[in-house]
Design a protein around this ligand. Structure first.
Ligand code: ADP
Ligand code: MG
Length: 648
């Protein structure tokens, strides 16, 4: 800053202070919802209704049946640092309410038009309106006992903030997430979410946590196991204790969104706990998959500082290290009591389980070491490291090829073949290959496509390590990653054959039981699903699939598809880049190609390998799998001769 014109120090006015605070407390509509619902919970409500219009940007209403705010306190309620929940800093160490900072209503009112209406028992109802900080008069209003807060035109007068907002559909999903986490923390409170006139989440008040879990996770909830601690742990020093539910290893999710952490009943960011949870599962979870968990930490209020974050999403624990270790041990202990290999018959395809494939999938995620940057001198070590550097490779990021970067090959080899660049959306779909049954290449339709003269005629020599096909052709030795190749072939076949996306009625409609998040995603994305040829009707906690596109007719992984698509819809749609129908369709092709492919560590017959090579010759870009990883390594006779000193 220039030093020529110094401004004098001034005390900021209240509106400015509130707008600054709003930057932290209510950064987006979902946070407004969180603050309002927390207020409703704090007021002893039994039923809370959340209504959203236009992602919350036009209207957020939260209606409760709590004890209300008396007329004479309405003005105070919207003042900054005015709260009924604490009276001095001493109370900070014994907080049991969700709120205590007294700044939510003031902050929200500074960046929207807020109408606070409330009625306490044996009195009339009154309301007060605050329009972007300017406070109106108190008026008589007819409402049932409780409180109603309407937040209109959020951020409309704060252009700087507005321009950073995400799309309404993203906000809707975030709002549903908030509602889910609050519903988990207060099972006895009923919560209803209505988005643009449609009820997308409905959790009636529950007597037991099991019922609430059912409302939120659907039939999956019956598979969750209660967290237990060993006797030694129960007796260990420290007053903290963990309880809750975790999923068995066979039930997993593609994201960590379904891990919910509560600290003394307060939903907090799960981030700091994820590592411990992961360690608790150790190798029992597939790489890239996440468990479901509702984990509740109870400890004396004096051992947790809740006043470290404006949105209270983070807390500080006095003995965080001990608390985390305890969580890890409890998870280990709980899992140790269930059999290593969940019985497949118990598990539905919906969860995308494939416990039997755990090892394959792990392997699946590695880049073969020879595809890593080569060491110019020591060719041999690269060969040996194919098998031995598993752990090392695990740490390295999957290298994605692009148009200008060349794949790394052994020194001295032709740096071609090069895989075409693939979009990040394509690559992000890798997780879909982690589940599903593989289909033998022989059982697939003949491609019918003509041979593309990019490859010589090849003869299969053998299979190596049940994962690579060894073939020769034109004086060159080919090492082919069977899974990657099959994926590519399946993808190309689908892309060229998938033309009919019109819904085909199923003779027997398929009912799919969904969790709350998926259910709400289904309801609010029915048009997009229809464009994919998927039509469904709703019934309680399930959807009944009535028609699917041709390509999905008879697909045993249909449940899986629907589930995964819905999870994607519900999480940050635009960042996943699946806005357009075209992309969605491509995604279905990807999922389908990934799922059906033969896996690593799968023995293939000679016929199957031959078929893969025949199909390979018809694929336009056989050098990379759909995720951009290489499929083939080529070693020329010339090169081998050189290596073995056969050339002068
Ligand atoms: P805090 O929740 O941190 O106290 P808020 O700004 O969110 O601060 O709310 C200010 C006060 O308004 C609360 O302390 C509470 O007394 C009152 N209040 C807000 N919402 C409600 C509600 N839904 N029901 C009853 N009282 C409410
Ligand atoms: Mg509050």
């Amino acid at each position: 800053m220039s030093d020529s014109s110094r401004s004098s120090i001034k005390q900021l006015d209240e509106l400015t202070i509130n707008q600054i605070a709003a930057g932290e407390v209510v950064e987006r509509p979902a946070q407004v919802v969180k603050e309002l619902v927390e207020n409703s919970i704090d007021s002893g409500s039994r039923k809370i209704r959340i209504e959203i219009e236009d992602g919350g940007f036009s209207r957020i209403s939260v209606i409760d049946d709590g004890h209300g705010i008396p007329k004479e306190e309405l003005k105070l309620a919207i003042k900054r640092h005015a709260t009924s929940k604490i009276s001095s800093s001493d109370d900070l160490s014994t907080i049991v309410t969700k709120g205590f900072r007294g700044e939510a209503l003031a902050s929200i009112a500074a960046v929207s038009k807020l109408v606070l209406s409330s009625k306490v028992k044996d009195s009339d109802g009154f309301s007060i309106t605050v329009d972007n900080g300017s406070i109106g008069n108190i008026e008589l209003t007819g409402i049932p006992p409780g409180t109603k807060v309407d937040v209109l035109d959020l951020f409309q007068k704060v252009p700087a903030r507005l321009s950073f907002q995400r799309r309404p559909s993203t906000e809707n999903a975030a709002i549903v997430d908030i509602a889910i986490s609050l519903a988990l923390s207060e099972s006895e409170v009923g919560i209803i979410v209505e988005i643009d006139g449609r009820i997308v989440l409905e959790c009636p008040p529950c007597d037991s946590m099991e019922d609430r879990l059912y409302d939120l996770f659907g039939s999956t909830s019956s598979k969750l196991i209660p967290l237990e601690s060993s006797e030694i742990d129960i007796q260990a020093p420290g007053e903290e204790s963990w309880e809750g539910w975790i999923s068995p290893p066979g039930v997993s999710r593609s994201r960590s969104d379904d891990i919910h952490i509560l600290v003394n009943g307060r939903t907090v960011n799960s981030g700091p706990f994820l590592q411990s949870i992961k360690r608790g599962y150790h190798t029992r979870l597939m790489v890239g998959r996440h468990p479901i968990g509702v984990l509740s930490l109870n400890l004396p209020t004096t051992e947790v500082d809740v006043n470290v974050h404006p949105t209270k999403r983070e807390v500080r624990l006095k003995n965080s290290w001990r608390v985390l270790e305890r969580l890890e041990r409890s998870i280990k202990y709980t899992l140790s009591k269930i059999s290593t290999q969940p019985e497949l018959k118990d598990l539905t395809i919906l969860e995308g389980i494939n416990s039997l494939e755990e090892d394959e999938n792990e392997l699946d995620n590695f880049i073969p070491s020879w595809a890593q940057v080569g060491n110019k001198e020591k060719v041999q070590t690269h060969f040996s490291s194919i098998r031995t550097s598993k752990n090392k490779v695990e740490e390295q990021k999957v290298k994605s090829s692009s148009n200008d970067t060349q794949q790394q090959v052994l020194p001295g080899l032709n740096p071609r073949p090069i895989s075409q660049s693939l979009s990040s959306a394509e690559r992000s779909l890798h997780r879909f290959s982690l589940s599903g049954i593989s289909i033998s290449p022989i059982d697939e339709p003949e491609s019918g496509a003509s041979v593309i003269p990019e490859l010589p005629e090849m003869t299969v020599l053998s299979q190596f390590s049940n994962s690579y096909i060894l073939a020769e052709g034109d004086e060159e030795l080919y090492l082919i990653d069977q899974h990657a190749l099959h994926e590519r072939i399946r993808y190309e076949r689908l892309r060229s054959s998938m033309v009919d996306w019109s819904p085909q009625d199923l003779i027997i409609p398929i009912s799919i039981s969904l969790g709350a998040r998926e259910l709400s995603a289904a309801k609010s994305n029915s048009d997009r699903l229809l464009e994919l040829g998927i039509r469904f009707s709703e019934s309680n906690d399930s959807i009944v699939i009535e028609s699917v596109p041709d390509v999905l007719v008879g697909d045993t992984g249909l449940n899986d598809f629907i589930h995964d698509i819905l999870i994607d819809f519900s999480s940050q749609p635009e960042s996943r880049g699946i806005d357009t129908v075209e992309k969605l369709r491509d995604k279905v092709a990807f999922m389908k190609s990934c799922r059906g492919s033969v896996k690593a560590n799968q023995e293939l017959s000679l016929a199957e390998m031959r078929r893969l090579l025949i199909d390979m010759s018809t694929v336009p870009n056989p050098w990379a799998c759909v995720h951009g990883r290489p499929t083939v390594l080529k070693l020329s006779q010339n090169h081998l001769d050189k290596h073995f000193g056969r050339h002068g």
